[in-house]
Write a protein that binds this ligand. Structure first.
Ligand SMILES: Cc1cc2nc3c(=O)[nH]c(=O)nc-3n(C[C@H](O)[C@H](O)[C@H](O)COP(=O)(O)O)c2cc1C
Length: 315
């Protein structure tokens, strides 16, 4: 996930049981330049496996160069992004814009499948807009190209990240394909994830926003599938321990200034849904030094523990 699933984020989530993780999406053009930002996106370590790298491209011509640039990197899967709705991505004919051209997408995927040293998957959306929901056609074209599995976010490009998830279209795609279908969209907690499996019959689910500031979602899921129980939400001390660990990893990975800049949003996510922390969250964005954010974390820890009961994760 762009701006989120860097190495520190993946380490934290794996420590809670995330069985597979992806890099942020990486533009094939950036791969040939391999600037500092792209190198950070690609950095990994032996504990960070299995790992998928997600690529973004508008056509097949730069794919071979991108694969060459990845030769010295260890990874387990290549995912191709045909889902990103961001204007600056779509304007360049990348991401969700490929939903409008299933044959072009198929050509790109064919090149990837023919040259990739690892399994290839694609990530799609239900369609461009509500008048052009074509996920089934896109999915069949992608399967034809020889990919190993397909990820589908059950929203259109126009919906972005809002509005309701179209479970029926995900089910239609699942029923049409022979390869595994992994469903995405509002997989925010155990009941929602159960709903996704129950309605769509999908082979797997992808977790995105449900893990932002809440890596415990993986514990919750593992416990639920083991014995059907929901478990307790983490208390303030557990949250603080993970926040400090995450901050530490970010500072090690990026240096203090950039690490702190990235942590701002995580502070918001780790404390979200918990009563009377709004002022802390406003202040978090203005912190410029490590000591300031650490003292905000201490203030968070000092909050009355009863307020933690206002967290509403399982609803
Ligand atoms: C901040 C953010 C960044 C994202 N970046 C990517 C990305 O780089 N590649 C991708 O395939 N999906 C990306 N997504 C989409 C998610 O993978 C997921 O499909 C979407 O958020 C729906 O799932 P959710 O409702 O459970 O969050 C991103 C989502 C968010 C919120």
């Amino acid at each position: 996930m762009s701006g989120v699933s860097d190495l520190p984020f993946r380490i934290i989530n794996r420590s809670f049981g995330a069985p597979f993780a992806f890099t942020e999406m990486i533009d094939v053009n950036a791969l040939s330049v391999l600037d500092k930002r792209t190198r950070h996106m690609l950095s990994s370590n032996p504990g960070d496996r299995p790992l998928g790298i997600q690529l973004l491209a508008s056509d097949s011509k730069d794919i071979l160069k991108a694969l060459k640039a990845l030769e010295s990197i260890e990874y387990d899967l290549l995912d191709f992004n045909a889902a990103c709705p961001t204007p600056k991505v779509v304007r360049k004919g990348k991401g969700a814009s490929l939903l409008k051209d299933p044959h072009k997408l198929k050509e790109i995927l064919k090149v990837l499948v023919n040259h990739s040293p690892v399994p290839v998957t694609v990530k799609i959306r239900s369609g461009w807009d509500s008048d052009s929901v074509n996920a089934r056609e896109i999915a069949l074209c992608s399967e034809d190209a020889g990919i190993n599995a397909l990820f589908i976010h059950g929203r259109t490009k126009t919906q972005g990240y809002s509005g309701t998830v179209d479970y029926e279209t995900i089910k239609e795609v699942k029923d049409a394909l022979k390869i595994p279908v992994i469903a995405s969209g509002d997989n925010l907690n155990v009941p929602r994830i159960k709903k996704m499996f129950d309605i769509t019959g999908c082979d797997g689910i992808a977790i995105a926003r449900g893990s932002f500031g809440y890596p415990w979602i993986f514990h919750d899921l593992i416990r639920f599938f083991e014995d059907g129980s929901m478990g307790e939400e983490p208390g303030v001390n557990a949250r603080v321990e993970v926040m400090k660990n995450h901050l530490n990893l970010l500072v090690q990975h990026y240096g203090e200034q950039r690490g702190l800049g990235i942590f701002h949003k995580f502070f918001i996510w780790y404390t979200k849904g918990i009563g009377k922390t709004r002022i802390l969250r406003d202040r978090a964005f203005r912190t410029e030094r490590l000591e300031e954010i650490l003292s905000l974390i201490d203030e968070f820890q000092a909050l009355d523990k009863n307020k933690m009961s206002q967290a509403t994760r399982h609803k």
